[in-house]
Design a protein around this ligand. Structure first.
Ligand SMILES: Cc1cc2nc3c(=O)[nH]c(=O)nc-3n(C[C@H](O)[C@H](O)[C@H](O)COP(=O)(O)OP(=O)(O)OC[C@H]3O[C@@H](n4cnc5c(N)ncnc54)[C@H](O)[C@@H]3O)c2cc1C
Length: 477
């Protein structure tokens, strides 16, 4: 088709490199108008009382949009900012400027599909063409060795098949320039909202945070540069990835991947370059292995649709969950009285991030020890995580909640044993729970087993300075 004026509608693909929609639009020679639309539904309150998008992620999103606008401007373009429901606003804007096509990324989950389907329909009724592109995974959906309906339910089968039978495409280059229309057509590009527009406060700087996460493609690429090349951490990734403290135990790419500021294929190409230029080992393989987990959850969501958000999950299990608000609040606030859980939940609350090890433990504690509705936990993570990704989050929660496709029946994490394996001296707990910081060694993980004298000398009174544990974990490690 010969288009004259194409809107590239950005969603969770906030980048200029390996951005097929943008690249292909520029290749046509048409005028290209990049657009982002702030959807008020993303910032509504949930039924549980917290905002759907909390302040860490909102800040990261705003920074990412700002960076995208700057990168597009450097290419001679711009980013038009709209506010409202994209299925209405993007269409109204397209009509106003006489666009004849809208290019965008394909999404897989319900809320996103409930936007792009009506958008496509409205565009069609007005004679505007639409083209969607699959852009968020390492392996392209068209390259999978099976149709979506037959995607293996078990991760290992999925991984082995794609590793053996599919290839990773090379990345699309950044367009050399953008043919952006004149000011007469687009006099106002729209201003960036402030975080307070959404009733949120700017998050306070937290010195204990694993690192500072700045939103945007530029910062994402800098993180790849620093983690792989300057700090040279990739070759140790497999040994350090279960860490809890600091910036370098794992890549921390997740927030940039979630909003599409960097693509998994860009990461993959850098891994391959690192393997050639520095070292190829189990660790370099393992980072790609983790990216395949990310792919897997996206394809499982594509296959199972709305079931991934249902209480019974894709196993259609019976609903036997507790819905105790007070207990749930204690979990959210990091006041369960179980130090390893509380340290992780406070890290999430005060920094917007939590390690993979932490996520598995706190999720298991909520569902297995407290028996609380797993979808509540997933919703809280959705609000709070700076790297929230709909498929990775709900997919992992289904897994831990035992309603996903885990071949193991019961993925129970023994919190104290985990604490012993991953935080033997209690440094992580000490970092996030200052009221226990004077307790020595591993004792900090199980204050209920300590003598009154030991507690007293550390200034701890259980039930007063730190909560009594919500569950009985005595002697089980
Ligand atoms: C209950 C629960 C909820 C989670 N919610 C999210 C979420 O909303 N967003 C998110 O990106 N990840 C989520 N994860 C997966 C994982 O914890 C994070 O991706 C990881 O901790 C991010 O840190 P990193 O970038 O340093 O990871 P690294 O260890 O450096 O891994 C590299 C990349 O691989 C991917 N990855 C790693 N582990 C997983 C995994 N288990 N599932 C899917 N992708 C993975 C991520 O994109 C990550 O950036 C969740 C895990 C659990 C157990």
């Amino acid at each position: 088709m010969n288009f004259k004026r194409i809107i590239v509608w950005f969603r969770n693909d906030l980048r200029t490199r390996d951005q097929e929609a943008l690249y292909k639009a520029c290749q046509t020679g048409a005028e290209v108008i990049p657009v982002y639309c702030f959807d008020p539904r993303h910032f509504e309150a949930t039924v549980l009382g917290f905002p759907k998008t909390g302040n860490y992620r909102t800040k990261f999103l705003l920074e990412s949009i700002q960076d995208l606008r700057k990168n597009l401007q450097d290419l001679g373009g711009n980013l038009v900012l709209l506010r409202g429901k994209p299925e209405l606003e993007v269409i109204t804007f397209a009509e106003r400027i006489g666009a004849d096509a809208i290019f965008f990324s394909e999404e897989v989950t319900a809320e996103e599909r409930n936007v792009d389907k009506p958008l496509e329909k409205a565009a069609w009724s007005k004679g505007i063409a639409t083209e969607s592109f699959w852009q968020s995974t390492l392996y392209h959906i068209d390259d999978l060795p099976f149709p979506v309906a037959q995607i293996p339910e078990v991760f290992t089968q999925f991984r082995k098949s794609v590793e053996k039978m599919a290839a990773v495409h090379s990345t699309y280059p950044q367009p050399s320039s953008i043919n952006f229309p004149s000011k007469d057509l687009i006099p106002l590009e729209g201003t960036l909202p402030d975080i307070t527009t959404y009733g949120l406060e700017e998050p306070e700087a937290e010195h204990r945070s694993v690192m500072q996460f700045d939103g945007g493609e530029s910062a994402g690429l800098r993180r790849i540069q620093s983690y792989f090349w300057e700090e040279d951490r990739l070759k140790f990734y497999k040994e350090t990835r279960n860490g809890l403290i600091g910036s370098d135990y794992s890549s921390k790419f997740s927030a940039w991947l979630a909003l599409g500021c960097i693509s998994p294929r860009t990461v993959y190409e850098e891994v391959k370059r690192y393997e050639k230029e520095r070292k190829k080992n189990q660790s370099t393989y393992w980072l790609v292995f983790e990216l395949i987990w990310r792919d897997y959850f996206r394809f499982i969501c594509k296959k199972h649709g709305n079931q991934v958000f249902h209480i019974g999950g894709i196993k259609h299990q019976e609903d036997s969950w507790r819905r105790d608000n007070a207990d749930f609040q204690r979990w959210c606030e990091g006041q369960t009285g179980v130090p390893f859980v509380d340290a992780n939940m406070r890290e999430l609350k005060y920094s917007g991030f939590m390690s993979n090890r932490g996520r598995q433990n706190v999720a298991s504690f909520l569902v297995n020890d407290l028996g609380i509705d797993w979808t509540w936990g997933a919703s809280y993570f959705e609000s709070q995580l700076i790297d929230y990704d709909v498929c990775s989050n709900w997919g992992n929660w289904m897994y831990v909640g035992g309603v996903g496709n885990d071949p193991r029946e019961n993925r129970y994490f023994n919190i104290l044993r985990q604490g012993k394996n991953y935080d033997r001296n209690g440094d992580y707990v000490r970092l996030w729970i200052p009221e226990l910081s004077k307790l020595n060694g591993f004792g900090i993980h199980h204050p209920w087993d300590l003598s009154t004298a030991e507690l007293k000398s550390a200034g701890v009174i259980l039930g007063a300075t730190y909560p009594q544990a919500m569950v009985d974990l005595e002697g089980v490690y």
